[in-house]
Design a protein around this ligand. Sequence first.
Ligand code: KG4
Ligand code: ZN
Length: 355
Amino acid sequence: MSYFERMKIKYENLRHKENVIVLAIESSCDETSIAVVKNGREVLSNIVSSQIPIHERFGGVVPEVASRNHITAISNVFNEAIKKANITIEDIDAVAVTIGVGLIGALFVGVNFAKGLAYQLDVPLIAVNHIAGHLASNYIAYPSLEPPFVCLVISGGHTSLFMINDYCDWTLIGQTMDDAVGECFDKVAREVGLGYPGGPKVEKMAKEGHSNIEFRKQNSFKHSYNFSFSGIKTAVINYIHNKRQSGEEINVADVCCSFQNLVTKELVSKSIRLCEEKQTKKLVLAGGVSANRFIANNMIEVGAKYNIEVYVPPIELCTDNASMIGSQAYYNLLAGKGLCDLDIVPTTVINYTNI
Ligand code: KG4
Ligand code: ZN
């Protein structure tokens, strides 16, 4: 019997096993992470080796450098994850891995490691969509959270509003038509000289400033659930260039504060409006930008006025980590989804119908 034929049987049996231990791997961008997760909600270990200091001097993530550093880091991260979880490799019931979206070379490192491990241990290999993983970080943070709910995914590559009908049943309602919100934070940070990674630096700087600059932009998606951030980004860049040209001083803190305020209003108003339309009282935030406590707190405050409970993961679970992949993998397993053969390759194209 081939590996895959054996795994189909094992996978089916696992779906009925009382305790399922998943070893999960995440390498889609600049974090090499491996976690051990029990029954989708209990994190036994979650090791994250960040490459931020390596990419800082380039002002952003360099894909080839990221791939090479994943290769260097992954074995140590694996050993540490096993040790911290206090398990042996024989305890692993399945291996899960981020299959996309992300940097293709970076994804390959995690996927190839996962294949080798799954084959060696003779356990099923489960593919997980990175965005679904981000959302699942909330299942870890809030043990009683269950679908249905509205979810806003805000990351370096995505700004999307979903109706989450079930763990593996999503409806995409709206998304950015141009830049992702995280990308916009990063570009504004670079323009005002704050460097990489931009998001946290803009948030910190905004605390010192006032929201007193009105950036002129077109509001082309006012009545839909789609977003546009390139207009906001351009408005900020134009403002800075005009000031520089006329030799006027730029108050970086005010720029950051006004920019962050504008972005927050867009995100909050559309998310709350969707909850109202769908008559759901649960709104879940996910993705790196939800680490921004100004955005999160605003969402919580406005949500409270509408009796909507807002769920935001703790900062360490907002950014890329493997425990979120291990959590979603469990729900893929329960839904009978995501089982892969050893010829699986990573993807940079997202497919929401097969979360
Ligand atoms: O989810 P993530 O770790 O990686 C992707 O899947 O894209 O998100 C990274 C993005 C970056 O653009 C980073 O600047 C942004 O999340 N980010 C933040 C904050 N922390 C991270 N943006 C705004 N405020 C923050 N505190
Ligand atoms: Zn991410």
